[in-house]
Design a protein around this ligand. Structure first.
Ligand SMILES: [Mg+2]
Length: 394
């Protein structure tokens, strides 16, 4: 294909309800543009600066040579690790895939082997902001399943007042277990329930106690039972519990996932499309997972460009699991227009070129950046600010 010369890298901070989206837009001399997302929750302005530094390298280059540019940005830059630099690279790399797909007139998944499925199973997150009693959890679960959700993810312990991440008192542990029991009773045996510990248990012993307490409710996975830094301890917990372990939203690049899986540290890997290195890194991570008989699903809490990139991977990788789905901001689809549809809890795979999303700069400008720290998300006072599912799942 003919050269597509990159003329400009532009960034947009869009104020979401509990984190800002960092959208990266790459312009070319052919009039085509591509978009990617580099959202790093709570650190978006830091990543924006890193994207500007990447622009020094990439402006003037041919947009087609995606892998060459990845190697230059990642390997040749000498300092290669961490969430800030990898998020910046992810945003740029994803925008190049969007561009290539648009230039060729095909969705990105067609460039990665084509579809391995016709629709994508969703599971709901962010559906239970109203309170943490068993009754409140059960009511919210019933309502969300009524909207078509086939799976529900939640943290039954994280938002509880007085929780101590090292001590884990029986009162907190038992309240969480009772909530899981109430949710299972409310939705019946066939709905998938997933527990995200968000790495709150800071001893392996407490992570194991918590898992043992809920094993009998047929939990589909137990996510980040311990923090992400020590892969040996993640593997230790997985070896001790009878629930599959999911992790990876805070791991970056195929190297980290290779080390996780070499230790048998996960059943399901969850790289974030905005942090892991981008489309081809996610594809490689899925392949590494597949070779360890582990499943793949993108961590998916951010903006619509990141969502669309996850959908492209979900469409084509053979070991895809199910896609996380949060309640959208009421204005989300004005800022990021697309044709993705949800029918009865399943997402229909779109067939528009590239990522299939049109980013509207003017609509985005109506939602300016506001500094917010991610750790505030789990505080009860945040609840009124968070989007909720309306009368449908999307
Ligand atoms: Mg998580």
């Amino acid at each position: 294909m003919g050269a597509l010369r990159i003329t400009e890298v532009r960034t947009f901070l869009v104020g979401g309800s509990w984190r800002n989206w960092l959208i990266v837009k790459i312009e070319t001399d052919a009039g085509l543009h591509g978009v990617g997302e580099a959202t790093l929750e709570g650190k978006e302005a830091t990543v924006e600066a890193a994207v500007r530094e990447l622009a020094r390298y990439i402006v003037g280059k041919d947009a087609n040579a995606i892998e060459r540019h990845f190697q230059e940005m990642y390997r040749r830059a000498f300092y290669a690790g961490g969430e800030v630099l990898n998020s910046a690279i992810s945003g740029v790399e994803t925008a190049l895939w969007d561009l290539k797909g648009k230039a060729l007139g095909v969705p990105v998944y067609e460039l990665l082997g084509g579809k391995t499925r016709d629709r994508i199973k969703l599971y709901a997150n962010g559906w239970y902001r109203q309170g943490m009693s068993p009754e409140q959890f059960a009511e919210a679960a019933r309502r969300t399943v009524g909207l078509g959700a086939k799976g529900l993810k939640f943290n039954p312990w994280g938002g509880r007042r007085g929780i101590d991440f090292t001590r884990l008192e029986n009162r907190i542990l038992n309240d969480g277990i009772e909530s899981v029991e109430a949710i299972r009773a409310a939705v019946g045996p066939d709905i998938d329930l997933f527990i995200d510990c968000n790495g709150i248990f800071q001893t392996t012993g407490n992570a194991i106690r918590a898992a043992k307490g809920v094993e009998r409710f047929n939990i589909g996975f137990f996510e980040e039972p311990v923090p992400h830094e020590n892969l040996d301890e993640m593997a230790y917990v997985r070896n001790k519990i009878d629930i599959p372990v999911a992790t990876g939203e805070r791991l970056f690049t195929p190297f980290a996932f290779q080390q996780l899986l070499a230790r048998d540290g996960a059943d399901i890997v969850q790289p974030d499309m905005s942090h892991c290195g981008g489309v081809l890194s996610a594809f490689r991570i899925a392949a590494i997972a597949d070779s360890h008989y582990a499943a793949f699903t993108p961590h998916n809490p951010n903006g619509e460009v990141s969502y669309a990139a996850g959908v492209q991977l979900a469409a084509c990788v053979p070991n895809f699991f199910a896609l996380e789905h949060f309640p959208p901001e009421p204005w989300r689809f004005q800022v990021c227009r697309n044709e993705m549809k949800v029918v009865d809890g399943w997402l229909e795979i779109p067939d528009r070129p590239g990522l299939g999303v049109e980013f509207d700069e003017e609509a985005a400008a109506e939602h300016p950046y506001e500094a917010v720290d991610l750790y505030n998300l789990h505080r009860p006072e945040m609840a009124p600010k968070l989007p909720r599912f309306g009368d449908r799942l999307r």
